[in-house]
Design a protein. Sequence first.
Length: 249
Amino acid sequence: MKLIVTETYEELSELAAGMIAQAIKDKPDLVLIPATGESPVGTYRALANLFQAGEFETGQVRIFQLDEYLGLEPDDHRLLGGWMDRMMLEPIGIDPAKTVGFTSNSPDPAADANAYSAALQAVGGADLVILGLGPNGHIGFNEPPAQADAPARVVPLTPESVISNAGYWGGADQVPRLAITAGLRDILGGRQILLLVSGAHKRDILHRSLTGPVGPETPGSFLQGRDNVIVVADRAAWGDEPTPPALAG
Ligand code: F6R
């Protein structure tokens, strides 16, 4: 694992966008799992600028959704799939219809989860996974406790996640209580993992994830000790302490 601390969120976003663009240039048919949420918004904006500047092409890029709420109708404005389409796919010219997504109002989400993992395996797993870090250490919606080999599955959201997601939709009563997520197994199987963390409110969970005990209580801790993981955190998230030598890369 390598930690890069940037002074600002803008710097984080530019750096991460450059990495994603390079990954697409290196492998035009990249299999990508992109997080939604606040953390990567600047990155996706910067990536769209690079795309507009003709830095890379996306005609062959393959997208697997990271997670989705359950129990929402297909036209609901809170769908994470819709967020992903608006914030990431459409600005970089990827047809949302071509992505492997989750169906929020599916009659059998457990079967969908199995089909998702099978489809991901069929393409050889993810080349790049872009993650944010939840206030409870979740990655995707792998809520604690989560085992490192957890498959894609249906998960109840923890109160902490409901509170953090309330910020997206104007109140906790607007946040669905059930979700479907790529499993830690799907995520950790990615050939490259990029974790984006911004803001002082993430400092404690960032340090716990990167330097605390590894285990199911902090799902993000399973990223430790893997040489395919790059964490880009801004100064507000990491703080002033020096980067531990083990994370200097
Ligand atoms: C979103 C997701 C979540 C978020 C995490 C951080 O698709 O899977 O794990 O990445 O909750 O959210 P933000 O970035 O909004 O702080």
